[in-house]
Ligand binder design. Structure first.
Ligand code: NAD
Ligand code: IPM
Ligand code: MN
Length: 353
């Protein structure tokens, strides 16, 4: 029996609600399989913890998480703690310190999911984003000079290293080759004359090793337009940290909403634990009501199973979500249903068995 040690950081708002269901689904899968199991340890880090202790996680939080095979994260951020503190000191810190440089975000319209685009069928929306996740616009480099004076200046640098660009772009080429899909690089070299010109150059350089992979290059503004007008032109997409963040919320919107959008923060070398999470936030507007959709977290749990090599189970979870959407079976209000978060998670477990 293989035992996977998984740290759970439910975080804030609806984070704990949806994490409960992801954990239940993983336990159900391990029960059904019988060859592996999970040992979950929950850490109460987040905004409430901050208000009590003055920090988002203990000083040795990263050291603590290092011993795990993977991390499940709910959501971080809540009114009362400035977002730039809560997110930088917890979520972004984990992504950075564990060198989770690939953020893999599927944008796949399942049958039965609501798509706001007219005439678009499930087979038209099937993309996978490879978002750079360790540097770029999120590097946290900059300065705030002469605060509260007429000379006040703020500088936010984008940091694009050769190593950082090459490795994520290579990962995307490998994925496109493996999946037999087209690879689109999304950048903005016409305006960002250092970072994005460099990105485009590296996309071409790395591409020389992949003559068999069909490629495309788009400016980010045009890419947003095509995601709405012609989503079927996309397969694998590789892009920078900020562009990937924005485009995947757009992706969520065309693939059934935030309640269905998941992401894996991968350290492909497995030197450090990878982290799996829904891409939505803490949703303060519905927190505590028990109506959050847990399926994004359940989808993230399927990515965890894929990462450990149980792709059969990963696929079974996605098929189960699809069956529920098609049958309008035990869905939460964001999907037009009346079920609670817990009822929805319970139904996933039932259907898996
Ligand atoms: P949000 O994703 O929390 O919410 C946007 C909208 O989507 C809301 O109307 C919300 O009700 C809805 N929604 C989100 N997830 C849902 C779910 N599972 N089921 C049903 N409806 C859902 O984004 P926001 O309001 O911009 O951010 C709220 C807080 O979360 C902020 O502090 C923000 O910084 C933080 N945030 C954290 C993460 C993360 O931890 N990964 C991601 C995004 C935002
Ligand atoms: C996401 C979130 C985070 C990001 C925020 C909360 C820092 O929006 O995971 O998409 O921008 O990466
Ligand atoms: Mn985001």
């Amino acid at each position: 029996m293989t035992v996977y040690k998984v740290a759970v950081v439910p975080g804030d708002g609806i984070g704990p609600e949806v994490m409960n269901e992801a954990v239940r689904v993983l336990n159900r899968v391990s029960e059904l399989d019988g060859s592996f199991s999970f040992e979950f340890t929950t850490y109460p880090w987040g905004c409430e913890y901050y208000l009590e202790h003055g920090e988002m996680m203990p000083e040795d939080g990263i050291e603590t998480l290092k011993q795990y095979d993977a991390i499940l994260l709910g959501a971080v951020g809540y009114p009362g703690v400035p977002d730039h503190i809560s997110l930088r000191d917890l979520l972004l810190r984990i992504r950075h310190d564990f060198d989770e440089y690939v953020n893999l975000r599927p944008v796949k319209l399942l049958k039965g999911a609501q798509c706001p685009l007219e005439g678009v069928k499930p087979e038209d929306v099937d993309m996978i984003f490879v978002r750079e996740n360790s540097e770029g616009e999120y590097a946290g480099s900059g300065a705030w000079l002469y605060p509260n004076s007429p000379q006040e200046v703020v500088i936010q640098n984008g940091v694009f290293s050769r190593k950082g660009c090459e490795r994520v772009i290579r990962y995307a080429y490998e994925l496109a080759r493996k999946e037999g899909r087209k690879l689109t690089s999304v950048s903005k070299g016409n305006a960002l004359n250092y970072s994005m010109v460099f990105w485009d150059q590296i996309f071409e350089e790395v591409g020389r090793d992949y003559p068999d992979v069909q490629t495309d290059k788009l400016l980010v503004d045009a890419a947003s337009m095509f995601m709405v007008k012609n989503p079927s032109r996309f397969g694998v997409i590789v892009t920078s940290n900020l562009f990937g963040d924005i485009l995947t919320d757009l992706g969520a919107a065309i693939a059934g909403g935030m309640g269905l959008a998941a992401g894996a923060n991968l350290n492909p070398e497995r030197t450090f634990p990878s982290m799996f999470e829904p891409i939505h936030g803490s949703a303060p507007d519905i927190a505590g009501k028990g109506i959050a959709n847990p399926l994004a977290s359940v989808w993230a749990a399927s990515q965890l199973l894929d990462f450990f090599g149980y792709e059969n189970w990963g696929k079974k979870i996605i098929d189960t979500i699809e069956t529920m959407l098609v049958n309008k079976d035990t869905l939460t209000p964001d999907q037009g249903g009346t079920a609670s978060c817990e009822e929805c998670g319970t139904r996933v477990c039932e259907l898996l068995g």
